[in-house]
Design a protein around this ligand. Structure first.
Ligand code: HEC
Length: 203
């Protein structure tokens, strides 16, 4: 379900971006007639695509336990680009149209860069015993960055009584509704347990 929404988001963002690039190129190259025809032609599809793009974006945002600063920059760029684009295209102002495209491109770039970073984080887990990185890749989605999130019924780790050994056992064997995080080695489980003990618990 979430994967389908994420895919819809990516596709609608890409289509939205494409329509935008074409419009801006037409405006910049003084092809007013073609631009007008194109704008008319894509009017309805563009409305659908923009709506999908925004709705799926807002939904995906509600799934993120901790919104990173770059995410705010991305959202601000997208939101700010909308009025700039509307005014730019309405008045045929090339500078504004180009500026809005630049803003959209920048936010697209940020999204891609963040995604690469996330993917890198996931592979790091396999080879590295850095507790913080493992926590962010394997625990944060339920427990949240500060341990207080209760996504999927997770326990509040900031007030847990469990010590390092117990946390390690919970990771390796699971507890009630928490299934074991079985792709971690004993060493990695210990590293993340130590991280929880010193950086999440009691904070
Ligand atoms: C899929 C969601 C999910 C993930 C991922 C997850 N947990 Fe949990 N965790 C839970 C749930 C749900 C509970 C509550 C279990 C219960 O009913 O007692 C829990 C409980 C715990 C507890 C017991 C707390 C207490 O006071 O009893 C610890 C410790 C813990 N998790 C650590 C971790 C660590 C460390 C990771 C990452 C390596 C992790 N969890 C990943 C869902 C998750």
């Amino acid at each position: 379900m979430n994967e389908a929404i994420s895919l819809t988001h990516r596709i609608s963002v890409t289509l939205f971006f494409l329509i935008y690039v074409i419009k801006t190129v037409l405006l910049l190259s003084n092809k007013q007639d073609v631009l007008q025809r194109f704008t008319k032609m894509v009017k309805v599809p563009e409305m659908i695509v923009s709506a999908l793009f925004l709705i799926t974006g807002v939904y995906l945002l509600t799934l993120v336990p901790v919104i990173k600063p770059m995410m705010y920059v991305k959202i601000a760029l997208v939101l700010a680009s909308i009025p700039v684009a509307i005014i730019g295209f309405k008045k045929g102002n090339k500078v504004l149209a180009a500026l809005s495209l630049l803003m959209i491109t920048a936010s697209y770039g940020i999204a891609e860069a963040e995604k690469k970073k996330r993917e890198k984080g996931e592979t790091v887990v396999a080879s590295n015993v850095n507790g913080k990185e493992i926590y962010e890749a394997k625990c944060l989605m339920c427990h949240g960055g500060d341990g207080k999130s209760k996504i999927n019924g997770a326990a509040d780790l900031s007030i847990t009584q469990a010590d390092v050994a117990t946390i390690k056992t919970v990771i390796m064997n699971g507890k009630n509704t928490m299934t074991p995080i079985s792709d971690l080695s004993a060493e990695q489980a210990e590293a993340v347990a130590a991280y929880v003990e010193s950086n999440v618990k009691g904070k």
